[in-house]
Design a protein around this ligand. Sequence first.
Ligand code: AMP
Ligand code: ZN
Length: 477
Amino acid sequence: MSLKVYNTATRSLDTFEPLENGRATVYACGPTIYNHAHIGNFRTFLFFDLVHRYLEWSGYDVRFVMNLTDVDDKVIEAADAARTSISDHTGPFGEIFLDDCRTLGVRPVDRYPRATHYIGPMVDFIERLVARGHAYAADDGAVYFSIASFPTYGRLKGIDTSTLMAGARVEQDEYEKEDARDFALWKPATEMDERVGAAWDSPWGRGRPGWHLECSVMSTAELGETLDMHLGGEDLIFPHHENEIAQSEGATGKPFVRHWMHVKHLFVEGRKMSKSLGNFIRVRELLEEGYDPAAIRHLLISSHYRGDLNFTRAGLEGSRAAVQRLLDFETRLAGVTVDAMAEASELPGLAEEARAAFRVAMDADFNSADALAAVFRFVSGVNAALDRRDAVRPADRDSALDALRSMDQVLGLLEVARAARSVDDDLAAWVEQKIEERAAARADRDFATADAIRQELAARNIVLEDGSGGTRWKVVS
Ligand code: AMP
Ligand code: ZN
């Protein structure tokens, strides 16, 4: 058995072959932290997590790096609009992003490099490209990558560079598809850049790196010159990843990435998610509406990453039911009557079958939809077997529980559901205690303390309602 991945570069299902046997280096393009991440981003980030978990589950020694983009056109404009600096602007969004990742059970990765911490290595990288004839400094203080110097430019996207406009340049970090022009590696500082702290000294004067360069430099610094896997959303194929290849292979002369994988964009209620349609949904908003993080996780991994996925609230209800079914199943299995003298049951066979089907699904280009189907077939099979028996052998029960928990190490659904529940329990205990303290203060006619407690709760979105039966509480958004 071997892992097959659909490689954007070859447009085929390739056997995953890391550079070094048993090790896997993975670089994933993370968020631009100028704003809140939305659930579309999280389709992509949960896929990254599935890859991370499945490679580990399969026994690879994984080194996983995801960058946080804290300087680019969008960050600078957002910081300036907020009349602050890029570091003050991106700091909190970075924290919120990592917090949302924790909530949805995204395992921490080995490194989260931030672009602004790599300015020195970026300048060195550009100098290498200039020395090798792949880049040139322009009169305006910018340095451009020369597309004409890299004959395979366009191969990842499959674009024809014969229409290439030699010497034509593009400065923006993001630009129109298939616009094959020399792109900026270094940009001269504008007044706005200086205002928001996005300008550094360089051999070409004050300026800042282009977005595409950031990932080439940070991936090489953290993982070496050739990566086993590079992941991102499908919108990054061109120009971002095309440019990364040109930069990295131009600088090192070595293959940059062995396997490129791209996640299809999420739809929301049947439409592309976009600012103009106003259908951007954040994770937090769904949590405030009362949805369980495990249900969100389930919905976002319920479809193969290259297939369509339409996010709807009705779908989320279905996911909530699916997660509940898993929780109920685990509870039933853990509490089943065991008897060492019971006759042998179907459970070990079902467990074996489920693990095998799960592996086949995940080995087929991380097909999480089929992997989930294998888990739920297992749930039905074991439930039916338990319906027919009064007791099972302890070893039989353990084989089924082990299989369930092992598959969940990849899916992370029971894990996230349990974590959310224990947070809920902790919160409830804390609120109940505060309500008691407030009741005691009121009994002592210490209204200042009672009010302070009410405010402390309000700060955490908890409102109290005093009624004849005592004080009740609820969480509001
Ligand atoms: P950004 O913060 O815009 O750089 O995006 C972070 C990641 O989310 C990138 O890998 C994007 O390709 C991905 N992404 C953006 N929009 C969507 C979407 N609607 N569905 C899935 N992934 C997305
Ligand atoms: Zn990137």
